[in-house]
Design a protein around this ligand. Structure first.
Ligand code: FES
Ligand code: MG
Length: 571
């Protein structure tokens, strides 16, 4: 691309008063004039925050990106955007994913940026940045922060999925409070995001399989020096992408989305993947719907033996060859000619990869598990769909009939779950309402409800659980999630009562309550919402505009994009 045609020259290349203003204040940072005279200006969109521990190393990572940008003849400008830390933000980081995406979109569009590097890590920081960038559609590359090193606790490897196990053991008195406390420091022992195939790692695999990052981005540990080398190379590459005018929409084709869906099945990725990918597709204008995610019967086996579906950790995955090895194994399923940010077909990312540990990454002939992917459920409880991750579920519960034990909302659940009088047994189906996008609000990760202590004591560790909420990507169990329509808008979930008979058949892809259409209609006619709608601020905007889970839970007015053009000047 001709330097004078660069988008940034609409600022820095101007004559007169406007050009003076655009350049002069930049120069207070010690920037010599030639940096602004036609070099590609590359934004580094940084989600660094000490309140997002998974991304707390990103200022250092940004320095590596800058080295690469300078090396290729570009000019880097780092800017902050809203960061979403999964562990601290109440009531759930998901409530703010769309807000962060708006920040990202407008920050890119409003500024003199020719290309952008997205620094993503903790769960929501990846989808929010990609969604925002997609609505602008300039050359874009993703650099993930990388997973933590595997936790080490008293001679055992641990990661985030152990949080659920440890808390059960602690409730049962098998693990003392003191041990529980020690385990905290042992688990989170290095920089980086969750070390299992939770949502953050799923998102890192998503961007690599979509072609939005350089090869190997998904798994290099945050603490590994090769993470910085990848950041450096990504910085160099984005400068070339600007020169080639390789935009996000050139990479994010329907085929690229299909690749990501197949890869997600084989890695045992998080159910959150569905919501985020649907939202990204709607931003870039690719037609994707729930049926596209129904991968459990497509013959793609689970290749990655990683927690929570398997045994190992992201560090092991990287040493075994990482995502390139897994994608090479999937070659027969993938669209191998989709273009990536490298400018080359995606098979160039993996054609020379070698598997160094077949216990961590299996083969199509000898997979880790034949059961993989996501099952999309349909039925009278979920007319617009619900999802379940079979590889994280108990095989004996996949076809199950049981009576409903209903919790009207999360407070009701917390008040009753450990009540010795609660009428529940191992065959019961736990139903939690009002955890959807509008109801909670923000659709939190509470769907893998803890099992009643009195059942844990009987050795019951899994039950069928149903909600309109989500589950942490690190979670597991026979958990039906994302029920749409949600209870708060009067979906059938809202009218289920204690004792109703619920039938789950994962093999048939169905979820039904044993009620006639007339009975359902009768109960719905008497139904009253019990959630409140905020009267002001972002939460009001969110609750009045958020769409249902099966559409990606984006706000209705954020679909599509507004492009990168801004015509008017500021003074
Ligand atoms: Fe940030 Fe798990 S809490 S990735
Ligand atoms: Mg999460």
């Amino acid at each position: 691309m001709d330097n004078q045609k660069l988008r940034s020259q609409g600022w820095f290349g101007k004559r007169g008063k406007d050009g003076f203003i655009y350049r002069a204040w930049m120069k207070n940072q010690g920037i010599p004039g030639h940096e602004l005279a036609g070099k590609p200006v590359i934004g580094i969109c940084n989600t660094w925050s000490e309140l997002t521990p998974c991304n707390a190393h990103f200022r250092e990572l940004a320095e590596s990106v800058k080295h690469g940008i300078y090396e290729a003849g570009g000019f880097p400008v780092e800017f902050p955007v809203m960061s979403l830390g999964e562990t601290l933000i109440k009531p759930t980081a998901m409530l703010y994913r769309n807000l962060a995406s708006m920040d990202v979109e407008e920050s890119i569009r409003a500024n003199p940026i020719d290309g952008v590097v997205l620094l993503c890590g903790c769960d929501k920081t990846t989808p929010s940045l990609v969604m925002g960038a997609a609505s602008v559609n300039i050359p874009t590359i993703v650099v993930s922060g990388g997973p933590m090193l595997t936790g080490k606790f008293r001679g055992k490897d641990i990661g985030t999925s152990d949080v659920w196990r440890f808390s059960e053991d602690n409730r049962m008195g098998i693990m003392s409070d003191e041990e529980f406390l020690v385990a905290e420091a042992c688990m989170a022992r290095s920089r980086g995001h969750c070390a299992v195939m939770g949502t953050a790692s799923t998102m890192a695999c998503m961007v690599e399989s979509l072609g939005l990052s350089l090869a190997e981005n998904a798994a290099i540990p945050a603490a590994d020096s090769r993470r910085k080398a990848l950041a450096h190379m990504s910085g160099s590459r984005i400068v070339e992408m600007v020169r080639e005018d390789l935009k996000l929409s050139d990479v994010l084709t329907r085929q690229a989305f299909e690749n990501a869906i197949m890869v997600n099945a084989a890695i045992g990725g998080s159910t959150n993947f569905i919501i985020h990918l649907l939202a990204i597709a709607a931003r870039i204008g690719v037609d994707l719907n729930m049926n596209d995610f129904d991968t459990s019967l497509k013959g793609i086996p689970l290749l990655a033996n990683l927690q929570p579906s398997g045994k190992y950790f992201m560090e092991d995955f990287y040493y075994a060859g990482g995502l390139p090895v897994l994608m090479k194994e999937l070659q027969q399923f993938l669209h191998n000619d989709t273009i990536t940010v490298s400018g080359k077909p995606i098979d160039k990312n993996y054609e020379n990869s070698i598997c160094y540990n077949s216990d961590v990454i299996g083969t199509i002939e000898k997979p880790f598990n034949q059961i993989a992917g996501i099952t999309v459920l349909r039925g009278n409880i979920c007319e617009n769909g619900a999802v379940l991750k079979p590889s994280a579920a108990t095989p004996e519960l996949m076809v199950h009939t049981g009576r409903a034990v209903v919790f009207e909302d999360i407070e009701d659940y917390k008040a009753k779950i450990d009540d010795p009088e609660l009428d529940v047994d191992g065959n019961s189906v736990l139903v939690l309402k009002n955890c959807g996008p509008k109801g909670y609000p923000g659709m939190p990760e509470v769907g893998n409800m803890a099992i009643p202590t009195k059942l844990l004591e009987k050795g019951i560790h899994d039950m069928v659980r149903i909600s309109d909420g989500r589950m942490s990507g690190t979670g597991f169990g026979t958990v039906v999630l994302h029920v749409s329509p949600e209870a708060a808008i009067g979906g059938t979930l809202a009218i289920i009562q204690n004792g109703d008979i619920i039938k789950l058949d994962v093999l048939a892809g169905t979820l039904n309550v044993d009620l006639t259409d007339e009975e359902i209609a009768e109960r719905k006619s008497k139904w009253q919402p019990r959630h409140t709608v905020s009267s002001r601020g972002y939460v009001h905007l969110y609750q009045t505009h958020v769409e249902q889970a099966h559409l990606g839970a984006d706000m209705d007015f954020l679909k599509g994009g507004s492009g990168s053009k801004v015509t008017r000047d500021s003074h």
